[in-house]
Design a protein around this ligand. Structure first.
Ligand code: PAF
Length: 268
């Protein structure tokens, strides 16, 4: 479909997705409809952000149901490029937001954050949105995109949307579909451990190693759950801190069986 932002005087919002849509994506689409006149959703499983071929190959797909969800949420345009359209055979560039891209997710999943910033830069340049919406569940991703937009003076407003959880507290994610029944129950312990840590903080624990230890000790007892990292960072600088003095985010990554999940709790 022909589309030219210059011809549209209305506010255009982009909701980038890799498909396999869930309630978290719907929250992004709903927010987009509130703040923009035109919502464009992209659906592209970006090979560059997977650190293993196995993970890429088993990433869930559900195109028919995704297109239905876009339609139900009154998305005006769906951008669904194929791999060669996004990356021509000579494509050889990387957008690297130094420091941020190599930490946490970028450290444990080598190249992951570079893949995200590269594809999002491309999506921004192709679609030229005024606004782009990202879920807080991928908190580091949100920070990377905010920094990229700032550093490259891009005229795009980044709109964060709160994490959506199921009734047991599990943060909704496309990967949840890969969990079997028992693993789904074990996975609930991730958000429970975050809640326990926050309760301890509210009761007066401010040393981050003590707050993180609550998460470590709790998850240690849960079969099938293997903690990868837990860390506390300031909300604005995203730097790791020793003691909590202001707004922060508690971030966690853990394996349930061989499914890797991330979650976080934002304290403003
Ligand atoms: O959050 C995601 O689904 C992906 O990382 C994104 C932003 C669509 C880039 O591929």
């Amino acid at each position: 479909m022909f589309y030219e932002r210059a011809l549209i005087t209305k506010k255009v919002a982009l909701v980038p997705t890799m498909g396999s849509l869930h309630k978290g994506h719907e929250a992004l689409l709903k927010r987009s409809k509130e703040i923009a006149d035109v919502t464009i959703a992209s659906l592209f499983i970006n090979p560059k952000q997977f650190d293993s071929h196995k993970d890429y190959a088993r990433y869930p797909t559900s195109i028919d149901s995704d297109l239905n969800i876009f339609e139900q949420n009154k998305v005006e345009i769906v951008f669904m490029p194929d791999k060669n359209e996004m990356y021509n055979p000579n494509f050889n560039s990387v957008i690297k937001i130094n420091d941020l891209n190599n930490e946490l997710e970028g450290n444990y999943r080598k190249g992951h954050m570079d893949g995200v910033s590269t594809v999002v830069m491309k999506l921004f340049n192709i679609i030229k949105p005024n606004i782009a919406l990202f879920g807080e569940k991928d908190f580091q991703q949100l920070k990377v995109i905010e920094k990229m937009v700032y550093d490259f003076s891009m005229d795009i407003k980044i709109e964060p949307v709160q994490t959506v959880r199921d009734s047991n507290g599990l943060a909704v994610s496309s990967r949840n579909i890969l969990l079997n029944k028992n693993q789904r129950i074990s996975a609930q312990s991730i958000s429970k451990s975050l809640k326990l840590a926050i309760v301890a903080f509210k009761k007066g624990k401010v040393l981050t190693n003590e707050v993180c230890k609550i998460v470590i000790d709790y998850l240690d007892k849960i079969e099938e759950v293997k903690l990868e990292y837990v860390t506390i960072r300031t909300l604005d600088t995203f730097k790791e801190i020793k003691s909590i003095k202001g707004p922060f985010v508690l971030l966690i990554a853990a394996y349930v069986g061989d499914i890797r999940l991330i979650d976080n709790y934002v304290f403003r």
